[in-house]
Design a protein around this ligand. Structure first.
Ligand SMILES: NC(=O)c1ccc[n+]([C@@H]2O[C@H](COP(=O)([O-])OP(=O)(O)OC[C@H]3O[C@@H](n4cnc5c(N)ncnc54)[C@H](O)[C@@H]3O)[C@@H](O)[C@H]2O)c1
Length: 340
């Protein structure tokens, strides 16, 4: 029998729990302030009791500040974990998770659910085949006022400065997955008022430079409604556009009229990505697969999130390669990457 543990039954924990129920697994969950009732899972009274239930794997879906202590406690007891993004609230905490996974030899992965998105996965294949020719530039676009509405319990307290960068670290993870390591970045942030829910900042735009020299732009906001998430990659031979909510990939070969673009539509309900992530988590827990989004990937995405927040504060490029702090991070990470 497969038993899935869930720590935190907020907006995302309930999605993980529902995916596990759909897959026919037993679900044991802990949340000190659970909403609702009559749920099809076993609720336990403490995080310790959740670990004592010896789940096959544990999903850590609590606020960022709890990720490290809960993930480390589970790993030290040999329980495989999927930690929601961002991996932790600080790089030190993220590296503590990496160290616990290494010490215990227990599998761990990060909840970068876009890794299971059909349109982005198709884009990864187009890029890997070199169909765009030499790459020229890229643009990452994410706007989601709905995040502030859906996950309101996370935003009801005092604003966490720069929450935007970590909340949408999905974008840093998929840029690295599709296009390669991000070596430095620039960020300019501002706050748009006049909305019912306002996080400061709620808008950030900037530049990312990748290993190999490719430079692209990004824009993130907690303003756009309905939500928008898109990636454009411009190559010398073709341009690629992914629209995540519309689940489409469009390819515009150079010299061909735009009306003749190759359009692929994917029929993928959002729950499908959570189902795929859950199945992959169990393969990883059983040692049958390597994590698609590893702890090392989670550390790197968090390093970009923190680095860009610092870039906004200093109004200067943050160099992820040369910065002393990131040097330390990199050497500790290289050590963990050998076995995580
Ligand atoms: N992968 C994604 O697409 C995605 C989407 C949303 C959120 N997230 C991440 O998931 C995490 C949770 O976000 P959310 O939107 O569900 O937040 P939320 O505030 O809706 O839920 C967090 C839950 O954790 C509970 N909790 C608090 N302390 C706890 C403890 N000690 N043990 C167990 N539960 C505890 C709270 O009562 C709350 O129900 C965050 O790290 C967030 O960044 C990921």
């Amino acid at each position: 029998m497969t038993r899935i543990g869930i720590a935190g039954l907020g907006s995302i924990g309930r999605r993980h729990a529902a995916a596990a129920v759909r897959a026919g697994h037993e679900v044991v969950a802990f949340d000190p302030a659970p909403a609702g009732g009559g749920d099809p899972w076993v609720a336990v009274a403490s995080f310790g009791a959740l670990l004592d239930s010896a789940p096959t794997a544990l999903v850590v879906a609590t606020p960022d500040a709890l990720h490290a202590q809960q993930a480390v406690a589970a790993l030290e007891r040999g329980i495989p974990v999927l930690v929601e993004k961002p991996l932790a609230a600080s790089l030190d905490e993220a590296l503590a998770i990496a160290a616990a996974a290494r010490r215990s030899g227990t599998p761990a992965l990060v909840g970068y659910v876009l890794r299971y998105n059909a349109a982005l996965s198709a884009a990864a294949r187009v890029l890997a085949r070199g169909e765009l020719g030499e790459l020229v530039s890229f643009h990452v676009q994410l706007g989601a006022y709905e995040t502030l509405v859906r996950a309101h319990s996370r935003f009801d307290g005092p604003a966490v400065r720069g929450g935007l960068y970590g909340d949408y670290s999905h974008e840093w993870d998929y840029v690295r997955w599709l296009l390669g390591p991000i070596v430095r970045g620039l960020a300019a942030e501002r706050t748009v008022r006049g909305l019912e829910r306002v996080q400061a900042p709620n808008v950030v735009s900037g530049l990312l430079e990748l290993a190999g020299g490719l430079v692209g732009t990004y824009h993130l906001d907690y303003v756009t409604d309905p939500p928008q998430r898109a990636l454009t990659v411009l190559g010398a031979a073709a341009r690629l556009e992914v629209d995540v909510p519309a689940a489409t990939l469009r390819l515009f070969p150079r010299g061909i009229p735009e009306a003749d673009a190759r359009v692929t539509r994917f029929a993928q309900p959002r729950d499908d990505t959570f189902d795929a992530q859950l199945a992959h988590m169990l393969d990883v827990a059983r040692g049958e697969a390597q994590p698609r989004a590893s702890v090392a990937d989670g550390v790197r995405a968090l390093a970009v999130a923190i680095g860009l927040r610092d870039a906004a504060a200093s109004r200067a490029w943050v160099d992820f390669e040369d910065d002393e702090r990131n040097h330390q991070m990199k050497s500790r990470l290289q050590h963990t990457e050998r076995s995580v």
